[in-house]
Ligand binder design. Structure first.
Ligand code: SAM
Length: 229
Protein backbone atom coordinates (compact mmCIF):
# COMPACT_ATOMS: atom_id res chain seq x y z
CA UNK A 1 0.00 0.00 0.00
CA UNK A 2 1.07 3.57 -0.64
CA UNK A 3 0.01 6.26 1.87
CA UNK A 4 0.56 9.97 1.20
CA UNK A 5 -0.02 12.54 3.92
CA UNK A 6 -0.45 16.27 3.34
CA UNK A 7 0.30 18.18 6.53
CA UNK A 8 1.76 21.43 7.87
CA UNK A 9 3.74 19.44 10.47
CA UNK A 10 5.50 16.46 8.84
CA UNK A 11 7.92 16.26 11.81
CA UNK A 12 5.04 15.14 14.04
CA UNK A 13 4.95 11.85 12.13
CA UNK A 14 8.61 10.92 12.48
CA UNK A 15 8.65 9.11 15.80
CA UNK A 16 5.38 7.14 15.49
CA UNK A 17 6.34 5.96 12.00
CA UNK A 18 9.81 4.91 13.17
CA UNK A 19 8.92 2.38 15.85
CA UNK A 20 7.54 -1.11 16.24
CA UNK A 21 4.96 -2.41 13.73
CA UNK A 22 4.86 0.71 11.54
CA UNK A 23 8.64 0.77 11.29
CA UNK A 24 8.82 -2.93 10.42
CA UNK A 25 5.99 -2.69 7.87
CA UNK A 26 7.76 0.17 6.12
CA UNK A 27 11.11 -1.62 6.15
CA UNK A 28 9.49 -4.80 4.79
CA UNK A 29 7.94 -2.82 1.90
CA UNK A 30 4.39 -3.62 3.10
CA UNK A 31 3.60 0.08 3.17
CA UNK A 32 5.27 3.09 1.63
CA UNK A 33 4.44 6.29 3.54
CA UNK A 34 5.32 9.71 2.10
CA UNK A 35 4.87 13.04 3.91
CA UNK A 36 4.37 16.32 2.07
CA UNK A 37 4.41 19.75 3.66
CA UNK A 38 1.47 21.82 2.39
CA UNK A 39 3.47 24.99 3.13
CA UNK A 40 5.89 24.06 0.32
CA UNK A 41 2.99 24.77 -2.06
CA UNK A 42 2.14 28.25 -0.74
CA UNK A 43 2.03 30.76 -3.55
CA UNK A 44 3.31 33.92 -1.81
CA UNK A 45 6.70 34.85 -0.40
CA UNK A 46 5.40 34.57 3.22
CA UNK A 47 4.47 30.92 2.57
CA UNK A 48 0.96 31.70 3.74
CA UNK A 49 -1.44 28.76 4.00
CA UNK A 50 -4.29 30.25 6.07
CA UNK A 51 -6.46 33.35 5.92
CA UNK A 52 -9.32 35.06 7.76
CA UNK A 53 -12.81 33.60 7.36
CA UNK A 54 -15.29 35.34 5.07
CA UNK A 55 -18.21 36.52 7.19
CA UNK A 56 -15.95 37.14 10.19
CA UNK A 57 -15.48 35.04 13.27
CA UNK A 58 -12.54 33.64 15.20
CA UNK A 59 -9.47 31.88 13.86
CA UNK A 60 -8.03 31.23 10.45
CA UNK A 61 -9.05 28.92 7.63
CA UNK A 62 -6.80 26.71 5.48
CA UNK A 63 -6.66 28.21 2.00
CA UNK A 64 -7.61 26.32 -1.15
CA UNK A 65 -4.62 27.10 -3.38
CA UNK A 66 -1.79 25.45 -1.37
CA UNK A 67 -3.88 22.35 -0.56
CA UNK A 68 -5.01 21.89 -4.18
CA UNK A 69 -1.42 22.41 -5.46
CA UNK A 70 -0.01 19.92 -2.92
CA UNK A 71 -2.76 17.41 -3.73
CA UNK A 72 -2.24 17.64 -7.50
CA UNK A 73 1.54 17.30 -7.14
CA UNK A 74 1.33 14.29 -4.83
CA UNK A 75 -1.51 12.56 -6.69
CA UNK A 76 0.67 12.51 -9.82
CA UNK A 77 3.67 10.94 -8.03
CA UNK A 78 2.22 7.43 -8.08
CA UNK A 79 0.20 5.60 -10.75
CA UNK A 80 -2.65 4.39 -8.48
CA UNK A 81 -5.48 6.91 -8.01
CA UNK A 82 -5.71 7.68 -4.27
CA UNK A 83 -8.65 7.25 -1.94
CA UNK A 84 -8.58 10.81 -0.56
CA UNK A 85 -9.47 11.45 3.07
CA UNK A 86 -9.87 14.70 4.96
CA UNK A 87 -9.41 14.34 8.70
CA UNK A 88 -12.15 16.40 10.33
CA UNK A 89 -14.31 16.16 13.46
CA UNK A 90 -17.30 16.48 11.10
CA UNK A 91 -16.46 13.23 9.30
CA UNK A 92 -17.74 9.66 9.39
CA UNK A 93 -16.67 8.05 12.68
CA UNK A 94 -13.53 5.94 12.31
CA UNK A 95 -14.16 2.30 13.29
CA UNK A 96 -12.43 -1.05 12.93
CA UNK A 97 -14.68 -1.92 10.00
CA UNK A 98 -13.72 1.34 8.24
CA UNK A 99 -10.05 0.52 8.97
CA UNK A 100 -10.59 -2.90 7.32
CA UNK A 101 -12.24 -1.27 4.35
CA UNK A 102 -9.37 1.24 3.96
CA UNK A 103 -6.81 -1.58 4.28
CA UNK A 104 -8.04 -2.98 0.93
CA UNK A 105 -7.15 0.24 -0.95
CA UNK A 106 -4.02 0.33 -3.06
CA UNK A 107 -3.40 3.94 -2.11
CA UNK A 108 -4.59 6.42 0.54
CA UNK A 109 -4.04 10.17 0.58
CA UNK A 110 -4.71 11.72 3.99
CA UNK A 111 -5.05 15.49 4.49
CA UNK A 112 -4.49 16.86 7.99
CA UNK A 113 -6.10 20.20 8.83
CA UNK A 114 -5.05 22.96 11.27
CA UNK A 115 -6.55 26.22 12.54
CA UNK A 116 -10.38 26.35 12.15
CA UNK A 117 -10.18 23.70 9.42
CA UNK A 118 -10.45 23.66 5.64
CA UNK A 119 -12.04 26.08 3.19
CA UNK A 120 -15.20 24.13 2.25
CA UNK A 121 -14.14 24.10 -1.42
CA UNK A 122 -11.27 21.74 -0.52
CA UNK A 123 -13.74 19.03 0.49
CA UNK A 124 -15.96 19.67 -2.52
CA UNK A 125 -13.21 20.12 -5.12
CA UNK A 126 -11.09 17.12 -4.08
CA UNK A 127 -14.16 14.91 -3.72
CA UNK A 128 -12.66 13.69 -0.44
CA UNK A 129 -14.14 11.34 2.13
CA UNK A 130 -14.26 12.86 5.61
CA UNK A 131 -13.19 10.85 8.64
CA UNK A 132 -13.40 11.76 12.33
CA UNK A 133 -11.54 9.82 15.00
CA UNK A 134 -14.09 10.74 17.68
CA UNK A 135 -16.48 13.33 19.03
CA UNK A 136 -13.89 15.77 20.34
CA UNK A 137 -11.84 18.52 18.73
CA UNK A 138 -8.06 18.29 18.47
CA UNK A 139 -5.71 21.07 17.41
CA UNK A 140 -4.75 19.40 14.16
CA UNK A 141 -5.25 16.40 11.88
CA UNK A 142 -1.78 14.92 12.44
CA UNK A 143 -2.71 12.67 15.38
CA UNK A 144 -5.95 11.57 13.63
CA UNK A 145 -3.94 10.74 10.48
CA UNK A 146 -1.48 8.70 12.54
CA UNK A 147 -4.35 6.84 14.19
CA UNK A 148 -5.82 5.95 10.80
CA UNK A 149 -2.38 4.89 9.50
CA UNK A 150 -1.67 2.68 12.53
CA UNK A 151 -5.09 0.99 12.49
CA UNK A 152 -4.89 0.35 8.73
CA UNK A 153 -1.26 -0.77 8.44
CA UNK A 154 -1.52 -3.43 11.16
CA UNK A 155 -4.29 -5.04 9.08
CA UNK A 156 -2.11 -5.35 5.97
CA UNK A 157 -0.98 -8.91 5.20
CA UNK A 158 2.39 -9.57 6.85
CA UNK A 159 2.38 -6.47 9.09
CA UNK A 160 1.83 -8.46 12.30
CA UNK A 161 3.96 -11.46 13.15
CA UNK A 162 0.98 -13.77 13.69
CA UNK A 163 -1.44 -13.78 10.75
CA UNK A 164 -4.38 -14.70 13.00
CA UNK A 165 -3.79 -12.12 15.67
CA UNK A 166 -6.38 -9.65 14.40
CA UNK A 167 -9.12 -12.30 13.97
CA UNK A 168 -10.48 -12.19 17.55
CA UNK A 169 -9.36 -8.70 18.47
CA UNK A 170 -11.85 -6.23 19.88
CA UNK A 171 -14.48 -5.10 17.35
CA UNK A 172 -13.96 -8.05 14.99
CA UNK A 173 -17.33 -9.87 14.78
CA UNK A 174 -18.79 -6.94 16.74
CA UNK A 175 -17.34 -8.18 20.04
CA UNK A 176 -14.64 -7.12 22.48
CA UNK A 177 -11.69 -9.45 22.98
CA UNK A 178 -11.44 -12.00 25.82
CA UNK A 179 -9.14 -11.27 28.82
CA UNK A 180 -5.46 -12.22 28.66
CA UNK A 181 -3.15 -13.57 31.37
CA UNK A 182 0.56 -14.35 31.50
CA UNK A 183 2.96 -15.58 34.17
CA UNK A 184 2.93 -15.79 37.17
CA UNK A 185 -0.12 -17.97 37.90
CA UNK A 186 -0.84 -15.94 41.06
CA UNK A 187 -0.10 -12.25 41.46
CA UNK A 188 -1.00 -10.46 44.73
CA UNK A 189 -3.60 -13.11 45.44
CA UNK A 190 -5.21 -12.87 41.98
CA UNK A 191 -5.25 -16.24 40.19
CA UNK A 192 -5.27 -17.09 36.50
CA UNK A 193 -8.62 -18.83 35.67
CA UNK A 194 -8.17 -22.61 36.06
CA UNK A 195 -9.50 -23.33 32.59
CA UNK A 196 -6.55 -21.54 30.96
CA UNK A 197 -4.17 -23.93 32.75
CA UNK A 198 -6.17 -27.04 31.78
CA UNK A 199 -4.54 -27.60 28.37
CA UNK A 200 -8.02 -28.38 26.94
CA UNK A 201 -8.11 -26.26 23.76
CA UNK A 202 -11.84 -26.80 23.16
CA UNK A 203 -12.77 -25.66 26.66
CA UNK A 204 -10.43 -22.68 26.41
CA UNK A 205 -11.98 -21.63 23.08
CA UNK A 206 -15.53 -21.90 24.52
CA UNK A 207 -14.53 -19.94 27.64
CA UNK A 208 -12.97 -17.21 25.54
CA UNK A 209 -16.04 -16.92 23.32
CA UNK A 210 -18.24 -16.63 26.41
CA UNK A 211 -15.90 -14.00 27.87
CA UNK A 212 -16.10 -11.99 24.64
CA UNK A 213 -19.90 -11.96 24.85
CA UNK A 214 -19.98 -11.15 28.58
CA UNK A 215 -17.46 -8.32 28.29
CA UNK A 216 -19.29 -6.82 25.34
CA UNK A 217 -22.61 -7.03 27.22
CA UNK A 218 -21.01 -5.37 30.27
CA UNK A 219 -18.78 -2.72 28.74
CA UNK A 220 -20.16 -2.06 25.25
CA UNK A 221 -23.76 -3.28 24.95
CA UNK A 222 -24.16 -0.79 22.07
CA UNK A 223 -22.03 -3.15 19.92
CA UNK A 224 -24.55 -6.00 20.21
CA UNK A 225 -27.55 -6.31 17.87
CA UNK A 226 -30.80 -5.05 19.52
CA UNK A 227 -32.16 -8.63 19.93
CA UNK A 228 -29.07 -9.78 21.91
CA UNK A 229 -28.60 -7.18 24.69
N1 SAM B 1 -13.37 24.28 13.49
C1 SAM B 1 -13.44 22.85 13.27
C2 SAM B 1 -14.81 22.35 13.73
O1 SAM B 1 -15.34 22.87 14.70
O2 SAM B 1 -15.34 21.37 13.12
C3 SAM B 1 -12.33 22.14 14.05
C4 SAM B 1 -10.97 22.40 13.52
S1 SAM B 1 -9.68 21.58 14.40
C5 SAM B 1 -9.27 22.76 15.63
C6 SAM B 1 -8.32 21.63 13.32
C7 SAM B 1 -8.07 20.36 12.53
O3 SAM B 1 -7.83 19.29 13.42
C8 SAM B 1 -9.20 19.89 11.64
O4 SAM B 1 -9.20 20.53 10.38
C9 SAM B 1 -8.91 18.40 11.52
O5 SAM B 1 -7.99 18.13 10.48
C10 SAM B 1 -8.27 18.06 12.86
N2 SAM B 1 -9.18 17.41 13.81
C11 SAM B 1 -9.56 17.90 15.01
N3 SAM B 1 -10.37 17.04 15.64
C12 SAM B 1 -10.49 15.96 14.84
C13 SAM B 1 -11.20 14.73 14.96
N4 SAM B 1 -11.96 14.45 16.02
N5 SAM B 1 -11.09 13.83 13.94
C14 SAM B 1 -10.34 14.12 12.86
N6 SAM B 1 -9.65 15.28 12.69
C15 SAM B 1 -9.72 16.19 13.68
Amino acid sequence: MRIDVLTLFPEMFESPLSHSILKRAREAGIVDIALTNIRDFATDSYRKVDDKPYGGGPGMVMMCAPVFAAFEHVAALHPAPPRTILLTPQGRPFTQSLARDLSTAERLLLIAGRYEGFDERIRIGLNAEQISIGDYVLSGGELPALIVIDAVVRLLPGALGDADSTAEESFSEGLLEYPHYTRPETFRGMKVPEILLSGDHGKVARWRRQQRLERTRTYRPDLLPPDKP
